[in-house]
Design a protein around this ligand. Sequence first.
Ligand SMILES: O=P(O)(O)OC[C@H]1O[C@H](OP(=O)(O)OP(=O)(O)O)[C@H](O)[C@@H]1O
Ligand code: HPA
Length: 189
Amino acid sequence: MSTQAWNYPEVGGDLVNVVVSEEQIRQRLSEMAARIDEDYAGQEVLLIGVLKGAAMVMSDLMRHLRSDVSMDWMAVSSYGKGTKSSGVVRILKDLDTDLTGRHVLIVEDIIDSGLTLSWLIENLRSRGPASLEIATLLRKPEAAKVEVDVRYLGFDIANEFVVGYGLDYAERYRQLPFVAVLAPHVYGG
Ligand SMILES: O=P(O)(O)OC[C@H]1O[C@H](OP(=O)(O)OP(=O)(O)O)[C@H](O)[C@@H]1O
Ligand code: HPA
């Protein structure tokens, strides 16, 4: 286990290995932000964060942006307490913003099966945005059940259940500043 986990004695033993370090995240988000700034130059962009997992990505990505941005949040859930998507996406909190004519960028922590985002894209597209793109820190290509077109990607990772940097298992581990594989014994895998 990476030395970073030693700082988390309460949960470090539940982790197998770090897949993306704090430094790698910082570096990649700043590169993604530079591309977003370039692409949206002169336009106002509405960032839509998908709660709760995207909370850290959103706040750290935003810090790097120089564009004219505003922010809104949607809460959806398809995982509940497990490690597999139920495939049924529920809106727990809807947007406060009218999307008509807006340039919208969805900000996600992870695309796993792709079910959440493919559902969300369809839902948001029906609200009439001028454009709709996706930024995600992580993607698991081997887990895809539906293909999702990602404009800004942080890292492709292996098909293992990960936690940290916003990602949880049963609401735990979100606070870790890195992304790590969760030991299967934690979830009985
Ligand atoms: O590609 P998928 O297989 O659909 O998985 C991705 C989704 O799963 C997680 O959310 P979750 O439903 O666990 O809610 P949370 O963000 O509140 O943890 C994550 O934040 C994504 O929104
Ligand atoms: O690997 C994962 N970890 C935590 N939450 C998730 N939601 C989809 N995939 C994951």
